[in-house]
Design a binder for this molecule. Sequence first.
Ligand code: C2E
Ligand code: MG
Ligand code: MG
Ligand code: MG
Length: 288
Amino acid sequence: YVAKRANTGVAMYDASRERGGAERLSLMSELRHAIDHGELRLYYQPKVDLATNAMAHVEALVRWVHPARGMVPPGEFIPFAEQTGFIRSISRWVAGEAIAQCARWHALGLELNVSINLSARDLGADLPDALDALLRRHGLDARWLWVEITESALMDDPAHAIDTLERLHRLGIRLSIDDFGTGYSSLAYLKRMPVSELKIDRSFVMGMTGDADDELIVRSTIALAHNMGLQVAAEGIEDEATLARLRALHCDIAQGYYLSRPLPADKVEGWLREWNEVVAACSQTQSG
Ligand code: C2E
Ligand code: MG
Ligand code: MG
Ligand code: MG
């Protein structure tokens, strides 16, 4: 069994490949093992408020630190986990870990919001109670927790999702629509959902300084969000020109490698301290 696992190691992480039943079972048990043995890690990517330059929000992104294969990115196991339903176990772990970490930051005086990514299959009737229980256990107020759900996951079965989303909203948890622009939103449903943020997909953001169509989509999405009374975020900002353009277009929230890569939890406090020093130095230069 061990030898067979070693032999199929590479293929096992190719999310695009069709798997047989035995292989699926093996990957599933590896994922179970990963959760039970602490092989999953959360990294946190800063989200910056462009009006104030404050960083008060991080997005939790999961990685699998595999003993043999090293760091496995989520794109290589999340789609499989979504197909098999195992995503629910992963999401439960992610929620518990992100909420616990957020509570630790608050205990240190760092009042950060934290976003977690959820999939369509997480939106069952049991989700609100599960998140509520985790928030209570760690003593974190629900208003610090955001969930990011992709546009396509939400529009998969919007009538069904709305009930769960309403209950999350009543708890005080906020909803961000991830990868906005890549799915097909029904604006009628979007209007009925308790959404706080639209997050423009990085494909448009990465293209916007070189491609007029991408820029138009970004500009229109910012206008749509603001007309609906929503906050708008841009992900995938890789350079100064894109950041400057988004600022000029009055985008509210910025996220991307140009600002910071996703960081391990213990690097967030130091990053924030340096960020605040840079912001203070810049505003002194401007006023002086
Ligand atoms: P996402 O939620 O849209 O997250 C943004 C992805 O873009 C992250 O990739 C992030 O590292 C990457 N990114 C951020 N800034 C930049 C940039 O400036 N340039 C480029 N090229 N990329 C940037 P990551 O961490 O590999 O995650 C990929 C996707 O996997 C996520 O997309 C999300 O859909 C999914 N995912 C990650 N963590 C979780 C999780 O805990 N649960 C679920 N269900 N899905 C997750
Ligand atoms: Mg996300
Ligand atoms: Mg996204
Ligand atoms: Mg994305």
